[in-house]
Structures are given as C-alpha cells and as structure tokens.
Design a protein around this ligand. Structure first.
Ligand SMILES: N[C@@H](CCC(=O)N[C@@H](CS)C(=O)NCC(=O)O)C(=O)O
Length: 251
C-alpha cells in the first residue's frame, strides 16, 4: 500500500465506518474527504470515480475503490503490517462466514436511526429478535475457541467487525448483550483499536438528529427508507406477527 488511503464519504459513520475501523486496527493512517451537501456529492459523481454513483469510495494505490466489502478485502490484502491477513481458503472462508453475518446484523442497526418515528419500536423489536440468530454464534465461537479471536490465533477482519457491531448494538439498547458474557467487552487487547476508541480519533459519533438530516439531504433518502431496504425481512416480521396473532386466536 503506497501513501495514505483517502476516504470519500459524508461526515458520519454509515458504511464507511467499518473501513475506518479496519484501517485503524491495522495501524494504517488515512485521510478523509468529507462532503457535506448533495451538490458536493453530485460533483464527486460527475468526476467519474464512483462506479455505481455511490460511496464509500477509497483511493488506495493510485486507484479508486468502491463497494464496502471489496474495499475491506483490499485493505486486508494490502495493509503493510499484515495484521489482519490470514492465508488459506479454509481459514479465509471461516472468517468470511462471520464477517458476512456481522454485516447482515450491522446493516440493520445502521439503518435503525433512520426508521420512521412510528416504526422505531417495531424495528428495534425486530432487530432484537433477529440478533438472537447472530450473537449466540459469536459467543459460542469465542467460548469454544478459548481465545480472544474468532478465527485463528490472531486478529482478523471479523474480530474488528465484531467489536464495532457490539458497540453499535449497545448504543441501540444498553442491555442488548446481557445474555452474552464473552461479548460484553468494550475494549480490546489491540492497542491500535483502543486508540481508535479514544475521543479525538477518526471514529465517527452516533448519528444525531442533525446529522441524520444532513445524510437525508445528501443522499436524498425517501420516507420509509428502512422499510424499502429491509423489505423482505420486514415482510417476514409481519408474517411472524400474524402467525402469533393467529395462534392466539385459535387457542
Ligand atoms: N453495496 C454498496 C452500497 C453503497 C450505498 O448504498 N451507498 C450509499 C451511501 S451509504 C449511497 O451512495 N447512496 C446514494 C445512491 O445510491 O444513490 C456498498 O456496500 O458500498
């Protein structure tokens, strides 16, 4: 990796945050070009570097990279210390299984602040319900493995993402992880991660009302966005409720 990566995004966590976490964990310094208006975002699109007219976009090694997962994997391959790099298809695929599960969970939590007011409670309930598929997997993996890492005997992308998601979940609901003693960690043994968790780092704060407004303006979010993105699982949620209701009335 030559020079510092340059991250292009708005001034908030969103999809870029896991890239920030990974770079920080690997001890890679990075710069940020943060846009604040829809016009600035449009200008970036007009520049022709956004393959799908979407961010995150990161400049590394003289190239522009898009798609969060692709960027994360490139960073893993190229970060100079090899801190998060693991060889072998078997190990790598195990890591990917955890990483993709964590991504499913973090996508839901990421969209949560954008829920319609009248749907907030329902969406939170749904996320809590859905999370019962994911967190037990990581708790068990850590217990069985007997190490601080999910896979292998050192840090991988999945450990970095796990801590990010744990903190996101606790911000969503403080008691989220009460049934998972091994997951109730707020720090890490990795010094680079601990520095990233300190105030003043490039970690972005939780979206407040003002930054939600800014993100909505930049990306022209529409009403009901959460529903649109989560349509399949929200539909499933309704089905679940209907089944519960049905069983109540047929008892
Ligand atoms: N699959 C893409 C999704 C990217 C994405 O949806 N980006 C949003 C901002 S977080 C965006 O650029 N939205 C503008 C649009 O889609 O027009 C990724 O993971 O990078």
């Amino acid at each position: 990796m030559t020079g510092k990566p340059v991250l292009h995004y708005f001034n908030g966590r969103g999809r870029m945050e896991s890239i920030r976490w990974l770079l920080a964990a690997a001890g890679v310094e990075f710069e940020e070009e943060l846009f604040e208006t829809h016009e600035e975002f449009e200008k970036l699109i007009q520049g022709g570097t956004l393959m799908y007219e979407q961010v995150p976009m990161v400049e590394i090694d003289g190239m522009t990279w898009v798609q969060t997962r692709a960027i994360l994997r490139y960073v893993v391959w190229k970060e100079p210390g090899g801190t998060t790099r693991h060889g072998g298809a078997r190990l790598q695929s195990q890591i990917d299984m955890y990483v993709e599960g964590l991504r499913d969970l973090s996508d839901m939590i990421m969209y949560f602040p954008l829920s319609l007011l009248e749907e907030k409670e329902m969406n939170l309930e749904y996320i809590l319900h859905r999370a019962t598929r994911f967190f037990p997997v990581y708790e068990k993996a850590l217990r069985d493995h007997g190490q601080d890492f999910l896979v292998g005997n050192r840090l991988s992308l999945t450990d970095v993402q796990l801590l990010e998601v744990i903190l996101m979940a606790e911000e969503c609901k403080a008691s989220f992880l009460s049934g998972f003693p091994l997951l109730q960690v707020r720090t890490s043994h990795i010094p680079t991660i601990n520095s990233f968790l300190q105030p003043g780092s490039q970690r972005k704060p939780l979206l407040d009302e003002q930054s939600i407004g800014t993100a909505k303006d930049i990306f022209k979010f529409e009403r009901g966005l959460f529903l649109k993105n989560m349509s399949n699982i929200v539909a499933e949620y309704y089905q679940l409720q209907r089944l519960e209701l049905l069983s109540k009335y047929t008892e």
